[in-house]
Design a protein around this ligand. Structure first.
Ligand code: AMP
Ligand code: FE
Ligand code: FE
Ligand code: ZN
Length: 293
């Protein structure tokens, strides 16, 4: 019984295990198919592939930072938006639009994390804002969890999760926005690169406002192939709703842990994808193959 976990993070973004360690953790947990989906980078692909054990399959992917309308505008001036995440699987990592957009986002994330660190240090001088990148190895996509770790080390909070409850939460006085990719454009980019776009945790309400379901319907008409239904941040009611929506729209329903090592409390393979759902996604990808260990 080989488990399928299609959403995990390594130290190449905001996970706490290196790609090599992540593959070992996955193997020990009984995972037969693992997707590596670091935020806005494919930098961990080769490292994970190099240590893939016999019998394990690696689906190479990434989680794209996007911005979406909250729903269909009710009035002509209605432009409310929300930050969303789009998983892309099996796309060609050399596709120019993706290379360019990932480089832009990472550069923007560097500046934004530095700003947030300075904002926080104004109130918590225990934090050395100028050394925030000590925790972010070169080639890493920086994110708020790195600042959370720095706050743990400085003794300001007991855990990254606690840092997110107040200091790091979206909209806190320390928060700095970043300019994410319009989600329709990200879907198009992934499709153009031979990849398979899947909407990540669409109803993760504890992170703030979420999309209306009409957004999934609209994206399905331009190439969205799947939706993450079983995710640690989804309630049982929301999972049932999303399963119905996926069925109605002909989208593949996936399940995944969104594992981040010790930056989050969810263990790897806490949520999994059905084999038929994986097959349906793999059938649609042509940018790079699934790797067989
Ligand atoms: P950023 O991409 O820098 O805006 O940070 C968002 C990331 O923070 C998400 O990808 C999650 O990995 C992480 N995150 C969000 N909420 C929490 C939380 N409550 N505890 C730990 N990590 C979180
Ligand atoms: Fe993350
Ligand atoms: Fe996410
Ligand atoms: Zn994620």
């Amino acid at each position: 019984m080989a488990l399928i976990d299609l959403h995990t993070h390594s130290t190449v973004s905001d996970g706490t295990e290196t790609p090599e360690e992540l593959v070992a953790t996955a193997a020990a947990a009984g995972i037969g198919t693992l997707a590596l989906t670091d935020h806005d980078t494919t930098g961990g692909w080769e490292r994970a592939a190099a240590v893939l054990p016999a019998g394990m399959r690696l689906v190479r992917g990434a989680e794209f930072s996007c911005v979406s309308p909250t729903g269909r505008p009710e009035t002509p001036g209605d432009r409310a938006t929300v930050a969303v995440h789009l998983l892309g699987y099996l796309f060609d990592p050399r596709h120019p639009a993706i290379v360019e957009e990932q480089a832009r986002l990472v550069a923007e994330r560097v500046e934004r994390l530095q700003k947030m660190a300075r904002n926080v240090a104004a109130d918590y001088p225990q934090l050395d804002a100028e050394r925030i990148f000590d925790l972010v190895p070169a080639g890493t996509t920086p994110g708020r969890p790195h600042l959370g770790q720095a706050l743990v080390r400085a003794g300001v909070v007991g855990s990254v999760n606690e840092a997110f409850a107040d200091i790091l939460r979206t909209g806190s006085k320390y928060y700095e926005p970043k300019t994410d990719t319009p989600v329709e454009r990200a879907v198009q980019m992934i499709v153009d690169a031979g990849g398979v776009p899947v909407f990540a945790h669409p109803l993760a309400r504890k992170r703030g406002r979420v999309i209306e379901l009409s957004v999934l319907a609209d994206l399905a008409t331009i190439g969205l192939q799947g939706v993450e239904v079983d995710h640690p941040d989804h309630s049982p009611e929301d999972r049932a709703t999303l399963r119905g929506v996926a069925q109605d729209l002909g989208l593949v329903a996936t399940g995944s842990s969104d594992y981040h090592g010790t930056n989050k409390t969810t263990p790897i393979a806490a949520e999994t994808t059905a084999p038929e759902a994986l097959d349906a996604l793999v059938d649609k990808g042509s940018g790079v193959p699934v790797l067989e260990g």
